[in-house]
Design a protein around this ligand. Structure first.
Ligand code: AN7
Length: 347
C-alpha cells in the first residue's frame, strides 16, 4: 500500500533510518488529462494535464513539504513549530504537528484567510494568532521568533519544505515518462515554483520544462520587480507582497526560459469556474492562476507543434466555499410541491 512520499522517494530526500516519518500518506495525487478544456480552448495540439494537489490529506500541496519539515523537526526533538500563513501552510502544519505531538503556533493575517483553512488549524489545536496586518508582516515576525526562541519555523524558508515539495515533479515525470514542455504554476511566496524546478532538475534525464509562474495582478511583486506593500486579490492564498523565495523563483524562470507574469482576479475567477464546470475539478481561486496563465498563453501555444502542459492545482475548492458561492448563480427556491419543482426543471 502507498505510504506517503517519504516512503516512495526516500533516496532523493534528506532522511535516514533514524528519521521518524510523520505522514498522512500525502502525495501520489492524480494527474488528470483535461480534454474538455483542450477542446474549449481549441488547443488540439496541446495535451493539458492537471496536477490535483487538493487531493492531499489537508487539501493542498503544502502536505508534501510538511511531512518532511515535521519529520525533521521530530527527529531534532523540537517542542514547537511556528509558521506565518495565508491559510494552507497553517492547516498542514497544524495537522502534521498534531500527529507528531509537537506544539504548533500559526500567525495569520486577520480577515484574509479562507474559512476552511482557519477551521483546520483550529481543529488540529494549533495556537492561532491573527495579526492586524498582512502575510508579509506575519512572516517577518515569525522569522524573528525563529531566531530568538526555541521554535522551528516551518514556512518554506525551511529547506526541508522545498525538499518535500519537489516530489510533485517526480510524480509528474513518473506519470508522463518525461517532463512536460510547459509547467504552469501559481506563485505566492514562491516556494513551490522553486521546489518543482529543483525536482525537475534532479529527477529528469531529458529535456526540462519551461516554468510558467503566475501571480495575481494585485499581488505581483516579482512581475513588478519590487515588493507590494498592500497586496490585493480575491485569491487570498497568494496575497503576498514580498515572497521569501523571490530569487529562487527568478532563477527557475530564467534557467528554464520560462515566465513569471500576472493574471487578473477576473481571469483567475474565469479559470476557476471553467475547471469546475468543464472538468469536474473544484479548486480554490489561487490554484486557478495556473490555468488562467495557460489561457493567457493559449494564442501562442496554438501556433506550436504537439506539446504537453501540466497545470498545478495547488488547493481544494472546499477550502474557500464563500468565494464559490459568491462567484456563481444562486440556487432557485421554490415551494415544496412536485408541480413547482417540475416547472422549475422545465422538462
Ligand atoms: C492554494 O499557506 O503561502 O508560491 O501560507 O495556498 O509556494 O507560496 C500558500 C500558498 C498557491 C502559492 N496555491 O505557493 C500559505 C501560502 C495555494 C496556496 C500558493 C499557496 P507558493
Amino acid at each position: 500500500m502507498y505510504q506517503g512520499l517519504i516512503d516512495r522517494y526516500r533516496k532523493y530526500l534528506p532522511v535516514t533510518s533514524k528519521t521518524p516519518v510523520i505522514s498522512l500518506y500525502e502525495g501520489n495525487t492524480p494527474l488528470l488529462r483535461a480534454k474538455n478544456l483542450e477542446r474549449y480552448l481549441k488547443l488540439s495540439n496541446l495535451k493539458i494535464y492537471l496536477k490535483c494537489e487538493g487531493f492531499n490529506p489537508t487539501g493542498s500541496f503544502k502536505d508534501r513539504g510538511m511531512t518532511m519539515a515535521i519529520s525533521k523537526a521530530a527527529e531534532a526533538r523540537a517542542e514547537a513549530v511556528i509558521c506565518a500563513s495565508t491559510g494552507n501552510t497553517s492547516a498542514s502544519a497544524a495537522a502534521y504537528s498534531a500527529r507528531a505531538g509537537i506544539k504548533c503556533i500559526v500567525l495569520i493575517p486577520q480577515g484574509s484567510i479562507a474559512l476552511g483553512k482557519l477551521s483546520q488549524a483550529m481543529m488540529h489545536n494549533a495556537r492561532v494568532i491573527a495579526i492586524k496586518g498582512n502575510f508579509d508582516e506575519a512572516l517577518t515576525i515569525v522569522r524573528k521568533i525563529g531566531e530568538k526562541y526555541p521554535v522551528t519555523v516551518v514556512n518554506s524558508i525551511n529547506p526541508y519544505r522545498i525538499e518535500g515539495q519537489k516530489t510533485g515533479s517526480f510524480e509528474v515525470v513518473d506519470f508522463l515518462g518525461k517532463a512536460p514542455d510547459y509547467h504552469f504554476i501559481p506563485v505566492g511566496n514562491a516556494g513551490n515554483i522553486t521546489a518543482y524546478w529543483k525536482g525537475y532538475k534532479e529527477y529528469c534525464r531529458g529535456k526540462l520544462p519551461r516554468m510558467m509562474g503566475f501571480q495575481a495582478s494585485g499581488a505581483s511583486p516579482i512581475v513588478l520587480g519590487r515588493p507590494v506593500k498592500h497586496p490585493k486579490t480575491i485569491a487570498t492564498a497568494i496575497k503576498i507582497g514580498n515572497p521569501a523565495s523571490w530569487k529562487q523563483a527568478q532563477a527557475a524562470r530564467d534557467e528554464s526560459s520560462g515566465v513569471i507574469e500576472a493574471v487578473t482576479d477576473s481571469e483567475i475567477l474565469n479559470a476557476y469556474k471553467l475547471l469546475a464546470a468543464l472538468e469536474g475539478v473544484f479548486v480554490e481561486p489561487a490554484s486557478a492562476a495556473s490555468v488562467a496563465g495557460l489561457i493567457k498563453h493559449s494564442g501562442k501555444l496554438k501556433k506550436q507543434g504537439d506539446k504537453t502542459a501540466v497545470c498545478v492545482l495547488t488547493g481544494h475548492g472546499l477550502k474557500d466555499p464563500d468565494r464559490a458561492i459568491k462567484s456563481i448563480k444562486q440556487p432557485v427556491v421554490v415551494e415544496p410541491t412536485l408541480e413547482k419543482v417540475v416547472k422549475e426543471i422545465k422538462f
